[in-house]
Design a protein around this ligand. Structure first.
Ligand SMILES: C[S@@+](CC[C@H](N)C(=O)[O-])C[C@H]1O[C@@H](n2cnc3c(N)ncnc32)[C@H](O)[C@@H]1O
Length: 264
């Protein structure tokens, strides 16, 4: 990713940090910083897009889902599906669950539909157009044709979007989740006011330069947001590349006490 949008002092700092990080054998995962896939990369003739981070993170994410969704069936909405590759992977490995991908951008909706057709799996529904910044999303789920949801899954969205997108995500999850349903968030997060890694701090700086309303979110702020809609954080799972999965449940279902940490 180009750092050209940063003012000069930050560009130099970013270069120095990247060099240090790379010397240490680590790569700053700036490619997760995506608004629209396919702008610069390859697009298949049918519209399928490829997200490089998918190839690095899908197995670790799926492993968490395999644990938290073990033995369950029902309907899961993926918010901000992007290319649609995750939902295909999930649908393949969780045949007892019906997957509802969604996104906001037309190119992403086209890609999701194309991946769905390519996979030919019966348990993936056509993509829903969901704008999470509208707290009333989404009429198709409100008409009663879909049962209350087993889960809402959302990866790498709320830091590349204004805070109102997180507000809308939690409001909708609280509205649509069934009694034992879960909201699962994957991405980088701040803990107790601190970044969990230097790379996340640099990433956060670049996000905020791009748009002051974006940024890596603080777990405590998300817990407050959850509390306003009757959800509670029940698990923090550590993931590769300094990412986390946060699991939220209905507050009345959650056992009192701190969320349990899980090291993957
Ligand atoms: C970095 S991509 C992540 C995509 C996918 N979840 C993944 O991990 O590969 C962020 C996604 O959020 C979507 N998005 C951004 N703002 C949104 C909004 N207000 N409502 C729904 N989706 C949104 C974008 O279209 C994009 O697909």
């Amino acid at each position: 990713m180009s750092a050209g949008f940063l003012p000069e002092p930050e560009q130099s700092r970013l270069k120095a940090v990247k060099a240090r990080w790379q010397r240490a054998g680590r790569e700053i995962d700036m490619t997760e910083y995506v608004v629209e896939f396919g702008r610069d990369g390859r697009v298949e003739p049918d519209g399928r897009l490829d997200a490089p981070p998918f190839h690095r993170n899908h197995q670790a994410i799926r492993a968490v889902l395999q644990r938290v969704l073990a033995g369950k069936s029902g309907d899961v909405v993926e918010a901000g599906s992007g290319t649609g590759q995750h939902v295909v992977d999930f649908a393949r490995h969780f045949p007892g669950i019906v997957w509802w991908p969604s996104d906001l951008h037309d190119a992403h909706l086209k890609s999701i539909a194309a991946w769905r057709a390519h996979a030919g799996l019966a348990n993936i529904r056509p993509p829903l157009r969901i704008d999470l910044s509208d707290p009333a999303w989404c009429p198709e789920l409100r008409d009663g044709s879909v049962a209350p949801l087993l889960a809402v899954f959302c990866a790498n969205v709320i830091h590349i979007a204004p805070w109102r997108v997180a507000e809308g995500l939690f409001a909708g999850a609280a509205r649509y989740l069934r009694a034992d349903g879960q909201l699962l968030l994957y991405g980088p997060f701040k803990r107790d006011g601190r970044h969990t890694a230097l790379s996340n701090a640099v990433f956060d700086t670049s996000l905020r330069h791009r748009d002051p309303e974006w940024g890596v979110r603080e777990i405590q702020d998300l817990e407050k947001l959850a509390g306003h809609v009757g959800l509670a954080l029940t698990e923090v799972a550590e993931m590769p590349a300094n990412n986390l999965v946060l699991v939220f449940e209905r507050a009345e279902q959650a056992r009192p006490g701190s969320p349990s940490p899980v090291h993957m």
